[in-house]
Design a protein around this ligand. Structure first.
Ligand code: NAD
Length: 479
């Protein structure tokens, strides 16, 4: 087999130790890999690179397309960006794949039967980092959900389930509240699941779904969800599986992928030869599968499973009665190497041949888009925040083409109608609807000018569009 070049980042804290262990095992297993090392994280931050990722690293990564990354230390304080988020977003690594399995009876777990995979959208949602303080009292963040983003991740989840013989895919959203954003994710899930009739599917609202996951994780198989929910869920599941030190994640895109342990750089135990290298080692087996070297990944993972069931454990998972020998990083590494070629007797052996997953690039959709009105956001803190005062002022400022329909405050209808008990902040969403059959952006500009002349401070606008005749905006309560 031709050698494949991969990029290696040794990271900070325990990073170099656990990477050393992982590379020793890869070499002992005769993985046909060449390694290109890059320095990211602390050393890059100290050189003033705020992203933690040096610019010449991109070329190296582009050529290889695969990064095996140890954890890095993110400096506290403003101005520094997370290397992980930078890499994920720059390389379009849309899928975060995190298997969570209990290794009972050898590693203590509250949920012995759990064996699930969380497939989390990795780039979108609230992580775009587009935040504004709009008024003295109000801040906002933009939650961006795209159709291509949903299609990529949901196709990936189904392709993964099919490749790994998983029986069920559960989609988790909060589309009872966020009907357009989470609703799009759920809608795309319903569209794509039809292509996988052999896979059972269900949808759960994220709150009750998380509660079920925390109490009965054995009910779940593959979970596909949006970025923030997945971020939280995957840490909870790794924790209840037994040890965060055992969990790995793959960050996969169409052209590149990054593999890492889920834990951080553990500076408290760095340099002490006690770190558990398992998370990064399991990430390396995910990498081998991705590279089409599934049988090699299988060999390493099975040797690791043998080590775990032989009770040879690092201090983080060592328990009297369950474990047999407490070892450091180096001894654990040697124990895995000794077991290469063996399959576990009690834990289930893995089979990784032909499990490479690819999803086709997303096609562009055609829609007819018509402007039908505008939401004008106004900062206003006068007249005891009486909605009738701002309402009447804006009715007067309406134009022939665009007329005030309603005002909400924090999403609650306050004009016309509303009740006095509703709390009102200094941030008013004022919805103007077209009066005729059509409206143009020039008409919007005329309206904004009129509102400004009437003495109201416009802080933001959102155009209201219909797409193929359907409203592309949420209805206000009471509308
Ligand atoms: P952490 O995961 O580094 O450590 C939490 C606890 O778990 C510590 O007690 C640590 O000793 C232990 N631990 C973690 N990994 C272990 C292992 N492999 N073996 C044995 N014990 C292990 O989390 P933290 O302390 O919150 O973060 C430390 C640094 O890591 C921070 O700078 C943080 O920003 C960074 N971090 C990086 C990544 C990443 O690069 N992917 C992820 C999370 C945190």
């Amino acid at each position: 087999m031709d050698k494949k070049k991969i990029v290696v980042a040794e990271g900070d804290g325990i990073g170099p130790e656990i990477m050393g262990s992982t590379l020793d095992i890869l070499r002992a297993a005769e993985a046909p890999l060449d390694y290109d090392f890059i320095t990211i994280g602390q050393a890059a931050y100290e050189k003033g690179i705020t992203s933690g990722f040096p610019s010449d690293g991109w070329d190296v990564l582009r050529q290889s397309g695969v990064l095996l990354k140890a954890p890095v230390t993110t400096p506290q304080g403003k101005g520094f960006k997370s290397v992980n988020v930078t890499i994920r977003k720059s390389l379009n690594l849309f899928a975060n794949v995190r298997p969570c399995k209990a290794y009972t009876p050898f590693v203590a777990s509250m949920h012995p039967g759990m064996n699930l995979v969380i497939i989390r959208e990795n780039e979108e949602d609230l992580y775009a980092g587009i935040e504004h303080r709009q008024t003295p009292e109000v801040t906002q963040v933009l939650k961006l959900i795209t159709r291509p983003g949903c299609e990529n991740i949901i196709r990936y989840a189904f392709a993964y389930a099919r490749a790994y013989g998983r029986k069920k895919v559960t989609c988790m959203t909060k589309d009872n509240i966020m009907k357009l954003t989470d609703g799009l994710f759920h809608q795309v899930f319903d569209e794509i699941r039809a292509e996988y009739p052999e896979i059972e599917t269900d949808h759960q609202i994220i709150d009750i779904g998380s509660a079920r996951l925390a109490t009965s994780p054995e009910w779940f198989d593959v979970i596909v969800t949006l970025n923030l929910y997945g971020d939280i869920l995957s840490d909870i599941t790794a924790q209840i599986a037994g040890s965060v030190g055992l969990a790995a994640s793959a960050n996969v895109g169409h052209n590149a992928a990054m593999f890492e342990a889920i834990h951080g750089s553990a500076p408290d135990i760095a340099g002490k030869d006690v770190a558990n290298p398992s998370g990064l080692l399991i990430a390396a087996t995910q990498m081998l599968v991705h590279l089409g070297m599934g049988e090699l990944g299988e060999k390493i993972k099975n040797a690791w499973l043998c080590t775990i069931e032989d009770g040879i454990h690092t201090p983080d998972i060592y328990r009297e009665g369950l474990s047999k020998q407490e070892v450091g990083t180096k001894q654990f590494t040697d124990a895995v190497i000794e077991r290469l070629g063996r399959t576990p007797a009690r834990l289930e052996a893995v089979r990784y041949a032909n499990k490479q997953i690819s999803v086709p690039p997303v096609s562009k959709i055609e829609t007819k888009k018509d402007l039908v009105g505008i939401d004008v956001f106004i900062c206003w803190d006068e007249s005891d925040r009486d909605p009738d005062v701002i309402g009447e002022g804006l009715l007067d400022a309406s134009t022939d083409k665009l007329k005030l329909k309603l005002i909400t405050n924090r999403g609650v209808l306050v004009y016309p109608g509303g009740i006095p008990e509703t709390f009102k902040t200094d941030h008013w969403r004022c919805r103007f609807r077209m009066t005729g059959e059509s409206v143009t952006y020039e008409d919007v500009v005329e309206l904004l000018s009129s509102i400004n002349s009437a003495g109201f401070e416009v802080i933001k606008t959102e155009n209201l569009y219909n797409f193929d005749g359907s409203a592309g905006y949420s209805m206000a309560q009471g509308e």
